[in-house]
Design a binder for this molecule. Sequence first.
Ligand code: URA
Ligand code: CA
Length: 433
Amino acid sequence: MRMVDLIEKKRDGQALTEEEINFFIEGYTKGDIPDYQASSLAMAVYFQDMNEAERAALTMAMVNSGDVIDLSNINGVKVDKHSTGGVGDTTTLVLAPLVAAVGVPVAKMSGRGLGHTGGTIDKLESIEGFHVEISEEKFVKLVNEDKVAVIGQTGNLTPADKKLYGLRDVTGTVNSIPLIASSIMSKKIAAGADAIVLDVKTGNGAFMKTLEDAESLARAMVNIGNNVGRNTMAIISDMGQPLGNAIGNALEVKEAIETLQGQGPKDLTDLVLTLGSQMVVVGGKAQDLAEARTLLENAIADGTALARFKTFIENQDGDGSVVDDVSKLPQAQYQIDYPATKSGVVTEIVANEVGVASMMLGAGRQTKEDDIDLSVGIVLNKKVGDKVKAGESLLTIHSNREQVDDVIEKLNASITISDSGKAPTLIHKVITE
Ligand code: URA
Ligand code: CA
């Protein structure tokens, strides 16, 4: 087989066979196929697309390019959730103990945050003593006993994707549905998921700006999952404004605890219940989404979800008493209100910009080596669609420096107040087929 023949075939709009795709991924991972040929093929795919069989083959070739986590010692259907990334996205912290409380095993491998989107591990580490450096044995034992544990990234997962994603980044070929979908799905499958629930974000704070593009990506991933034997569902949710009220590590843990107590922000609660229902259905613990939702609502109402969060924290050496006393979380020295300059309705809170403002306070990393301040961030007191009077607080800045003029300048440019407006739709679509 010759790489140049594969490139020409795809250039001319023909489908590649599974053998050809394996040849490309194996050769590229080993270094036998050079970057210039791989980038040429990526560009051909960008213009000519891939059919369902090619997408499935590409995904599995990337899965098999490195280590695959074996979760077969964990009982039940291991369901993983993936979000395409957002600002203030606290869902994992709430979902993990919540679906565990109704019996769905959550064996989560998680990462740290980079840029203005926070990482689950960083957030959890704001709880005194909590850590994710546990052995695989302990991880398996905890998930079997209490249905939830989080471990840091281990092994050499999907090296082909790492290499190809890096190449796409500098060759104008990131924005291709078959390449994005196979990239994301390969990582979830390599991490051991039997079933996958996807939260594809749309709006100005998202990777996919339009609903149409988000839906294409969601459908592509659902098809791949189902074609390779992983039950997969997706929702498309709005990421115009940040999710919930809190943006920042410890602030989001507090928000997660409040949500598990049934007192969380409406949008976060809705999203958690929607995604959670899907996880419970694909996890085989309910017949349909309505039954699943009732189970989850009950677990919040009777306190079992919150109790499971406490157990989960204590299992990983954290101070579980934070769930009863959130003042034990790290707190910033200054709380500075940001007032509305005029009366009206909030019509825009640009998620990305608020995320960057929070990063400027120290809540996020600019580079992988940066230290972060777990206590700082932003809490929204108003959301899009809310009425506000001049002088009333729009949000509170939690900072460890007194001077926050740079942050305020950023916020000035990211929030709009107009005469009229309404709250955006949070969940645009549920894709289950
Ligand atoms: N995120 C990924 O993991 N892969 C892509 O190709 C794009 C976004
Ligand atoms: Ca939030």
